[in-house]
Design a protein. Structure first.
Ligand code: 4AZ
Length: 853
């Protein structure tokens, strides 16, 4: 039962002439006395039901605990919901269940409470799942219930019985009080008043897709009860229990609690199995039982209830959360000022409640009994000229111990009038998953040391947990399973104008957009370093606390969301090896933006040609000198570098990173022009799935590696292609290209039938994926060649000295080995260099014979 605090203070009309109830007796007497609770002084107005108010309510136990509700309809029969007993299409054995009657609190036995075994469970043949209807079940008790003031049957409606939309009825049960928030001890039976909704109204509400495009088709035999604004509802654990309506002094069971999208969500009223249509089904099954259930005639004409809106008009009662006219102009951004302190940034979460870090208030005269000076606190709301006052402060119980729970809720003295410029942010339910690729923004949170700058606009995209852990987590450590809910939210940022600013002077929230609606997804307090905030604590784990305190926060109104492939990961995954400078050579399987080669750079030289480059450290690109510097040119060209591109024309280029080159470094080479150049970028790039340094191989050929030449086929569209190749041993290479190769040249052989060659003027790189999973750079194409590459390993010292953070992996594999002379080559190959491909193939076929060379 959820939101039971909203129960109105009303006295139920009592039956006029309460008669003594027979413990056993004539069938007619019993039938007449269905649906009449003990007429003791029963006061409604709280969430806990009074004892004996709902004497037909039973608790169905399995494995020693309450699972579902039910209603006593005859001494030996209980009505409940089929879904309580059917698992994966199979009816559970009756012997596993027991029925507790005359219960008030699940805490301990009372005089009236007694237990019955279940002799049989009957479910309609056409029941398959709750959404498809027929969600009812009959339980035959092994022996009749002991009837008395706390145990009495309810009346059942005839098939012709009509319950008018708008009628106030009552649902009862021991179910959750919020989603994922079980009824607390002493587990007293809960009651909630629900209004019957007309079919069209209910369908209209459930047809409104909400953020996740989820709708539901109401079917005949279902009925809805609740409110468009939600808040009062049944919930998990109430299933099978009764929805009863009073008519002429008797309580008739109109519905059986069946399901709904979540609990208490707006536009998602509870769905019940309508009992009246099942009169025949019930009668047929209980036939012969004496006494059987009672189906009294309807004595009064159904009347239109007072609050039923026009059927086709189901305009939701509340304005929507999470809509912003433009990102950054957040209509929920609030500032709370406590005298003597800087303003604290928080978010409006309903008409009356704000969410902000508890740390803003922990040191401002707050005691357990609350702060002493709330009167002096002021709240500035967007587009409001006057400050508002605070009526109440509720600190999260773990606020001072756990950064992820650094939360406080503040109630305004008076609810605000919401508008397009002033509306709450949406809060996510615990099952809500912000999927990798979700678009997010940063927003200020808590007390800022400095005035907010334009970085409140910073855009980010959520990373998968694999990326998050391999990029930011402890490298090489096993990646934890995707949490449920995720343990962290991990954004990769888009480029910002003010690179290099320091981020440690403020806390931040991550607001993420789903279908045009912004959710407050994560929070992050002050960080100790200047780096942009990396990991956020997901806020949805606190959904139940926020709902519990506010009872009216604007939670999203949809439940199910497929977690997608990441949710199905069952085996821990391992990050590829890393270097002392962190992650390198990680490659996403399928990045949301389509960027698959995060180290591949387009180098635009002097505006007229494009070379391939490879990111080797956050501020450095390695490229082929011959492509960057044309012979004869004396000046250093103007060079721009782009990372995170998936082709010149591909849209969107969301995570493209661009930098200017501020210096070109060449190693000292006696006489010869060195093949490799290092380009220093104007400022560093943040590691992300679209810009991540590659690892560098320190020499030899990595054992068990798969290698590719990476580049683009067409220099105009520049869609990356990777041609699979084998790297020949230096001796084979030498034999094929006798005498013409500078030391340190790598030769490759393209896979047979491989036509996707990279065009050579851009000097494509040769790279391999090692057995450990990291991608390593081996070399860059020699001018004009598809098969020959200048290895990077001979330049390890120069590269490491120039770029302190270059990621050289530890040495492994076959050592480099330069032949002193060509005499060791088989004679047949000496003249084969004109056909290196064919000759190399021949050599490879001979490999077992020549491995000892
Ligand atoms: C359940 O899971 C359940 N708000 C019961 C009722 C509702 C939702 C879920 C309706 O048993």
């Amino acid at each position: 039962m959820s939101q039971h605090l909203f129960l109105p203070l009303v006295m139920l009309a009592m039956c006029p002439t309460p008669g003594a109830f027979p413990d056993s007796g004539k069938v007619t007497e019993l039938r007449e006395d269905c649906g009449r609770p003990e007429p003791s002084a029963r006061i409604l107005g709280g969430s806990d039901a009074q004892p004996r108010s709902w004497p037909w309510q039973v608790s169905l136990h399995q494995g020693g605990g309450h699972v579902c509700g039910g209603s006593l309809i005859a001494p030996s029969w209980v009505l409940s919901a089929a879904h309580c007993f059917v698992t994966n299409g199979t009816l559970e054995p009756a012997a596993e269940w027991s029925v507790l009657l005359g219960m008030h609190s699940q805490d301990g036995p009372s005089d009236s409470a007694h237990l019955r075994a279940v002799a049989a469970i009957l479910v309609p043949e056409n029941y398959s799942s709750v959404e498809l209807g027929a969600d009812l079940a009959l339980l035959r008790l092994a022996s009749p219930a002991r009837l008395g003031p706390a145990v009495r049957p309810v009346c059942l409606p005839r098939a012709t019985h009509r319950f008018a939309p708008g009628t106030a009825c009552w649902a009862t049960g021991w179910g959750d009080v919020q989603e994922a928030d079980p009824l607390p001890p002493p587990w007293v039976l809960q009651e909630v008043e629900l209004r019957l909704l007309g079919e069209a109204t209910c369908q209209c509400l459930y047809s409104r897709p909400g953020p996740f495009n989820l709708t539901f088709q109401l079917l005949p035999g279902m009925l809805c009860a609740g409110y468009p604004e939600g808040r009062r509802d049944t919930c998990q654990g109430d299933s099978g229990g009764p929805l009863v309506c009073e008519e002429g002094g008797r309580w008739f069971q109109a519905g059986i609690t069946s399901f709904g999208f979540g609990c208490g969500r707006r536009n998602r009223p509870g769905v019940f199995t309508a009992v009246a249509p099942y009169e025949t089904w019930i009668r047929d099954r209980v036939m012969g039982s004496e006494p059987g259930p009672a189906f009294p005639n309807q004595t009064q004409e159904p009347q239109l209830g007072p609050r039923e809106p026009r059927e086709e008009n189901c305009t939701i009662a509340l304005p929507e959360c999470g809509k912003a006219l433009q990102p950054g102009a957040w209509p929920w951004a609030v500032q709370v000022t406590v005298p003597g302190f800087r303003p604290c940034h928080g978010s409006l979460v309903s008409e009356s409640w704000l969410l902000a870090p508890a740390s803003c208030f922990l040191h401002s005269g707050t005691s357990d009994s609350g702060p002493s000076d709330l009167d002096a606190w002021r709240v500035l709301l967007p587009s409001q000229p006057h400050a508002e006052r605070v009526a109440r402060l509720v600190l999260h119980e773990n606020a001072s111990r756990d950064d992820a729970a650094d939360l406080a809720l503040l109630r305004l003295r008076a609810p605000v009038n919401l508008s397009a410029a002033l509306r709450p942010v949406c809060l996510a339910h615990p099952e809500h998953y912000f999927l990798p690729g979700s678009r997010c923004r940063l927003a200020r949170w808590g007390r800022a040391e400095t005035a907010p700058g334009p970085s409140t606009q910073l855009e980010a995209e959520l990373l998968s947990s694999w990326w998050c852990h391999c990029l930011y987590g402890r490298q090489g450590a096993p990646v934890p399973l995707a949490g449920d809910p995720p343990l962290v939210l991990c954004p990769a940022y888009r480029e910002e104008e003010e690179a290099g600013r320091c981020w440690n002077n403020s806390g931040w929230t991550l607001v993420c957009r789903e279908k045009g609606t912004w959710f407050l997804a994560g929070i992050r307090g002050f960080s100790g370093s200047c780096l942009r905030p990396r990991v956020f604590a997901p806020l949805q784990t606190h959904g139940p606390w926020i709902s519990h305190v506010t009872r009216g926060a604007y939670l999203e109104d949809q439940l199910a969301w497929d977690w997608g492939p990441e949710g199905e990961i069952t085996e821990p995954q391992t990050c590829p090896p890393h270097t002392e400078h962190g992650a390198c050579g990680l490659r996403p399987e399928a990045a949301p933006t389509g960027v698959l080669w995060p180290w591949l750079a387009e180098i635009h030289v002097a505006g007229d040609r494009v070379c391939t480059g490879i990111l080797v450290a956050p501020g450095w690109i390695l490229a082929a000198t011959h492509c960057i510097l044309r012979p004869g040119s004396a000046t250093v060209p103007y060079i721009e570098v782009y990372l995170g591109r998936a082709g010149a024309s591909s849209v969107p280029q969301g995570h493209q990173v661009s930098r200017l080159v501020i210096s070109i470094r060449l190693p000292r080479h006696l006489g010869l022009r060195p093949p490799l150049a290092l380009l220093e970028l104007s400022f560093r790039v943040e590691p992300s799935p679209s810009a991540l340094p590659i690892c560098l191989h320190p020499g030899g050929i990595p054992p068990g590696a798969s290698c590719w030449v990476l580049g683009w086929k067409d220099p105009q569209d520049r869609v990356p292609v990777a041609a699979p190749v084998s790297i020949l041993t230096p001796r084979l290479c030498h034999c094929l290209y006798q005498g013409i190769l500078p030391p340190g040249t790598l030769c490759v052989l393209y896979a047979e039938g491989q036509d996707d060659r990279c065009e050579v003027t851009s000097a494509p790189p040769l790279l391999c994926q090692t057995e450990g999973g990291s991608w390593v750079l081996m070399g860059l194409a020699v001018r004009g060649s598809q098969e020959l590459f200048a290895a990077i390993s001979p330049e390890e010292t120069w590269i490491s000295q120039t770029v302190g953070e270059a990621h050289f992996l530890p040495p492994s594999g076959l050592p480099y080995w330069f032949p002193e002379s060509g005499d060791l080559c088989p004679p047949d190959l000496a003249g084969a260099s004109g056909f290196p491909g064919a000759a190399a193939l021949f050599l490879l076929l001979l490999t077992p014979l020549i491995q000892g060379w």
